[in-house]
Design a binder for this molecule. Structure first.
Ligand code: ADP
Ligand code: ASP
Ligand code: MG
Length: 809
């Protein structure tokens, strides 16, 4: 035989109740069904009591809403011909409720005893209606009030049941039932017949008590999810159902906040060795999760749960060291006030004892301990208790955890990498549970980061927040889409675009955005960069990366704040690196302090591995003597193609036609862009330079610089041909070649038109390639050379993508 329980979520509406009845019908060996109140009704009844006792007549509105809701369910579930009896019963039961509430209103008092009586109506109404609906759908069922069977002490609100006395009555009552018993969950009665409740979520316990009494072969708890998941699915989208778990694991998980099952439920089932299966009313064919049972598992970690709000209290002082009995006094004082302690830690220095309690008990706990240690505090042997609030507990649970060294390391690495500060750590001596206390604000991020690290170590999700959907931005998104499959299968990476913005629109969604442009995103709204950054920070998602694909000067000013929130920054935007030296160093400092990444490989030579190579050399202990480079594709093309017979102006024009120059070629010829790249290289080597300390030769002759338009610029440049032809002849005569050479050495950084000899590594440069040569202690006779196309959206976007992958790996 089995006994089934359907929670409020399974009996929330007439449709759900019909599904529930079908699930019951499909279980031929079902001996009893326990039901909760319709979803939300218990909360409404609590509100009813609170309003009435506060003298607020608003309670009558709640009463009429409750009546409407139950009447509507009856109308939808039961045929008109047979409906009358049920309606009459419900009406008279609601009258009883009204009388009780009226009493509370008059007396302005709702004792725990009265509250339990008021709450009992939720389950009584639902069970009666469901029993009637079963009969209406053609199978015999009978309404059973659990108060006839389950006996408890008089601890109203959270009563303790008497197993033997209850079992006897349960067996007798179930046996006597005409048809399938539909039993009220949650409620019970004292020995003298007063109504009690088993605590919020207590219907789970009801079915366990009944199952144990009847010694059934399985207890089934039906709800709205596929079973106990590896984490709360509302907070962790990648959570998945656990097929088997031990009673102890279920107890630990539910104790630490997994709302799915009421913790005391485990005890009666465990005592009798009855497995509990959790199933989904909306997906009945899915096997669900089994707690207990014979199946063994190899899994190391079972699940992660959390408590959203706890208070953390610290008792500290030198007077504690070596004094036996301090902790006894702390916890006895708490026990005397019936304050339950969720977690305890004590440093081996015996200087502090810390523990967590629910926030509504914090003040009482503080007072109790301060009072207990009144004399020690007066003599300054102990400090008054310190209370910290707005904290959460995250717990990793698993029976096999004790066999896996380094698991704690994985948890703390995941937390650390995401900037989550750990306030306290506790590991149960059973090693079934590692718990950490963190800021409540970080709870969701921490759950996801730890879940990813422990369960999906094979697939890591990173969240990309992209600013700028111009040529580079959209090319990046295309490349991301194209490489999605190989990133997942080969590198176990899921790079999700979670936010995108241009100057007009922005779109942000935790579930990801598929559009290539903000303007085309379904989620789009008017853009505001500050809002975009704030929403990103508010999401507080693990592995977040801010990607700036703009040339904006204002955006880099926000990098510091972003890095400080443990979000890595990847950008091809040179502005952040060429501003003041202080700004540059500040960013580097935050990057180091926060242990995040600030990557900008594409700022110099687009996709060419220049900054990475330089950093690798420095990191591996090499010493950089000098760097020489051609850092502009335009200038490279110009001097690779400028030869006798064609003027320099004509060569520039040709380059422009081929798309190698800026709209105004003077932006290339001025050397400013090269100067900036050079500044970045110099700073990477460690030179403390400002932009004006980089010497840059401007190739635009004064008359050409003064030209008002581009055509006029070409005319003026043509008139100055002799400047360039003279240089060219000088180069030719010496058997050398012209290059616009950028160099860093001996503390100086300069860029100028130079002649190089045939033995120089740049002599063979062709097309519009960039080239960089590093002369170092290790590469002293022949330099280390990096060469290739140093511009273009494809290679730049690919370089940005490579940086993103570097962040995640
Ligand atoms: P019922 O009304 O059926 O008793 P509850 O609302 O009490 O249902 O519990 C089910 C809910 O518990 C699920 O909808 C889910 O959102 C939440 N939950 C929290 N943690 C977990 C977890 N680890 N596994 C599954 N569900 C969880
Ligand atoms: N209806 C009760 C509650 O909401 C009991 C239950 O649903 O388990 O707490
Ligand atoms: Mg529940």
């Amino acid at each position: 035989m089995k006994v089934l329980k359907f929670g409020g979520t399974s009996v929330g509406s007439a449709d759900r109740i019909l599904q529930t009845i079908e699930c019951v019908r499909a279980t031929p060996d079902c001996g009893a069904v326990v039901v909760s109140a319709l979803s939300g009704v218990t909360d409404e009844l609590m509100r009813l009591g609170a309003l009435a006792s506060a003298g607020d007549s608003g309670f009558s509105l709640i009463l009429s809403e409750l009546q409407n809701r139950h009447f509507k369910a009856i109308e939808q579930l039961i045929a008109p011909a047979t409906r009358g009896r049920t309606l009459a019963w419900v009406k008279s039961t609601l009258n009883e409720l009204e009388e009780a509430v009226h009493g509370v209103f008059v007396l302005r008092e709702c004792s725990p005893k009265t509250s339990d009586y008021i709450l009992s109506f939720g389950e009584r109404l639902s069970a009666f209606i469901i029993a009637a609906a079963c009969v209406d759908k053609g199978f015999p069922a009978e309404y059973v009030d659990a108060r006839e069977m389950i006996l408890t002490d008089d601890h109203f609100g959270n009563a303790e049941f008497y197993p033997e006395a209850s079992a006897e009555r349960i067996c007798a009552r179930i046996k006597a039932s005409q048809g399938l018993p539909i039993v009220t969950g949650f409620i019970a009665a004292t020995l003298d017949g007063r109504t009690t409740t088993l605590g919020r979520g207590g219907s789970d316990l009801t079915v366990s008590i009944i199952g144990a009494a009847l010694a059934v072969e399985e207890i089934e708890i039906w709800t709205d999810v596929d079973g106990i998941m590896t984490a709360d699915p509302r907070l962790v989208p990648t959570a998945f159902p656990i097929d088997h778990l031990t009673y102890e694991e279920a107890m630990e998980l539910s104790h630490f906040g997994a709302k799915i099952i009421y913790p005391p439920t485990i005890q009666p089932a465990l005592k009798k060795g009855i497995p509990i299966r959790i199933k989904n009313t909306m997906n009945p064919s899915f096997p669900g999760s089994v707690i207990g049972g014979s199946q063994k598992t190899e899994r190391l970690v079972t699940g992660i749960s959390s408590i959203s709000q706890v208070a953390f209290l610290r008792v500290q002082g030198l007077g504690m060291q070596g004094v036996a009995g301090t902790s006894k006094r702390v916890f006895t004082a708490l026990a005397d006030h019936a304050i339950s302690v969720i977690l305890i830690t004590q440093a081996s220095s015996e200087h502090t004892i810390c523990f967590s309690v629910m926030p509504d008990k914090a003040e009482e706990a503080r007072k109790a301990i301060d009072q207990e240690f009144e004399h020690e505090i007066a003599r300054q042997l102990l400090e008054p208790v310190v209370v910290e609030k707005d904290l959460s507990i995250l717990s990793v649970v698993g029976e096999q955890m004790r066999h896996m060294p380094g698991l704690g390391g994985r948890v703390f690495t995941a937390l650390g990498a995401n900037g989550i500060n750990v306030v306290a750590i506790a590991q149960g001596s059973s090693e079934l549970n590692i718990s950490v206390v963190i800021s409540a604000q970080d709870r969701k991020k921490a759950l996801n980061a730890v879940h990813d690290a422990l369960f999906l170590s094979d697939l890591r999700t990173a969240h990309i927040f992209l600013v700028g959907d111009g040529l580079i931005g959209t090319t990046l998104l295309k490349q991301l889409a194209e490489s999605r499959e190989s990133l997942t299968s080969r590198y176990h990476l899921n790079l999700q675009v979670t936010g995108i913005t241009n100057t007009r629109f922005m779109a942000l969604s935790e579930a990801g955005i598929s559009a290539l442009k903000a303007t085309e995103a379904a989620e789009k709204e008017p853009a505001s960069i500050d809002e975009f950054v704030n929403i990103m920070l508010g999401f507080n998602l693990p592995h977040s990366i801010f990607v700036d694909c703009t040339a904006s000067e204002a955006l880099p000013q926000r990098y510091g704040k972003i890095l400080d929130a443990n979000i890595s920054v990847v950008t091809p935007n040179k502005r952040a690196l060429t501003g003041s030296l202080k700004g540059y160093s500040d960013l580097k400092t935050v990057e180091r302090r926060r242990n995040v990444h600030f990557l900008y490989e594409t700022c110099v030579g687009a996709g060419l591995p220049i900054i990475g190579t330089l950093n690798d050399l420095v990191k591996s202990g090499d010493e950089i003597f000098s760097v020489e480079a051609v850092l502009s594709g335009t200038l490279s093309y110009l001097f690779n193609n400028y030869r006798a017979g064609v003027s320099f102006a004509e060569t520039v024009k040709r380059a422009q036609e081929l798309g190698y120059t800026e709209p105004d070629p003077r932006d290339d010829l001025s050397g400013r862009d090269v100067g900036r790249k050079l500044l970045i290289l110099a700073r990477e080597i460690g030179y403390q330079l400002e932009e004006n300390e980089v010497s840059v030769e401007d190739l635009v002759p004064a008359p050409a610089a003064a030209a008002k338009t581009v055509p006029e610029f070409y005319e003026r440049l043509q008139e100055q041909e002799n400047i360039f032809s003279a240089k060219l002849s000088e180069a030719n005569e010496s058997g050398g070649k012209l290059v616009y050479l950028a160099s860093v050495s001996k503390g100086r950084a300069e860029a100028k038109l130079s002649i190089i000899g045939a033995d120089h590594p740049f002599y063979g440069l062709s097309g519009s390639d960039n080239i960089v040569a590093f002369t170092t202690k290790r590469y002293s006779t022949r330099p280390l050379v990096v060469k290739g196309p140093g511009a273009g959206p494809e290679v730049t976007a690919a370089g940005v993508l490579a940086d993103i992958i570097r962040v995640v790996q």
